[in-house]
Design a protein around this ligand. Sequence first.
Ligand SMILES: *[C@@H]1O[C@H](CO)[C@@H](O)[C@H](O)[C@H]1NC(C)=O
Length: 428
Amino acid sequence: MMPSTIYKLYYILLVHTVGLLTVSASSGTKSLSCWLVKEISATETKPRSIQQTPVLIQFTDASGLRLSSPETTDPDTLLFYVFDPSGKLSTEFTSCEITDHLPQEVSLDWARSLTEERLSPPALGKTWYTLAASNRLDGKGVSFVLGPLGDKKDHFSVSLAVYSVSATQQAQLGKPLSLPCGIWKGHQPRFAVEWRHRALGAGSLLYAYDGWKDKIEEHDPNCHLNFSTLHSEGDASLLIENVGVSHQGTLLCTIYLPYLRAQREIQLVVTAKPHVTLQPSPLFAHPGEEVTLTCDISHFHPLEISVDFLVQLPGDSHPTLLSGSTLSAHTHNQDGSHSITAYQRMVASSALNGARYFCRVNHVSVPKGISTSQTLKVAGVSGPSLEDIMYLFLTALFLYGTLSYLRRKAMSLFGSQEDMKAQKNKSE
Ligand SMILES: *[C@@H]1O[C@H](CO)[C@@H](O)[C@H](O)[C@H]1NC(C)=O
């Protein structure tokens, strides 16, 4: 690498560090740092590339008056003055990306009524942007459409905001679910809501609603919208009656306004909690007998799972991991969930009497894990049980009876001999 290149890189790094420091120092005031991302098409000499320009968002009011003075010393940073009537743009977002937005008519059935007036306001010819911001810490995200504010090129106003509380969500198989999606659209009465599902390249339409005509254009019978909260509060959340494995993937909430649109996506993971049983139950064995512990783990989703066998010997305070367990191939249940069986062999011995064997399962559906256990009883080493005591008591009773009978018998035998002797003595 040429020294001059190193110097240049160092200089670029320095400029960026100063820029970032300025942005974080100004986070106390009302500003948000973003990247403007543009695709530069290929030319004869250069391939297609992505150009990123730092942008500092300054909040202004409706008249375009600045609420705080810009605080950047970096000449490469663009300043955007944004009026946000939605109240959804915040300085707390940890990532922010701005891309071009091209206002256009949409030829979908549920968006056709939005542009039927055939009016195209002159503002549509100006520069429009999509601003997507999210917070890594709490998962909240918003997509905005920024339109012109007044005549100045660097002044914008939020025209549409679509927001969600989380970028990822877990849902339980077979349970109802609400996928959050909120809208701010100002006083625009013409709008449409579309929910789509996308997984491994395949897509399907779950819901399409024309809010202007108040007409459901398409819908999966398992999915609903709450129209009262949609029209009163802008709550376009999708309600799924019965979550299936097929709902796993990306769910997209797209809101259309005349010539404009914005969307949020949610990654959905469908989970089902495994049912775990450990056999044999009860666990009895003879010393030296080989026993196979069988742990059945059924109806779980997704497939990733870990199974361990552990043993806690009598007197031990903690179980310890056993090695050498084996797993069966997984089976597919009708509801899309999976089942699997794990095996562990062990040889019973009198030292293992009272040992507790555990089957422990770790799965995304149960953060704490699931475990089930059986206590081993080895024949011939068990302490006296109630039956044993009863048996001993009955034996003792029988022995006592027999002995006292024999004694009486002996007494009478010897007694009669003595009587005879006495009689003999008398007669002599
Ligand atoms: C719509 O939401 C409101 C407020 O949460 C609720 O009271 C109402 O029952 C919901 N309507 C339907 C049809 O679910």
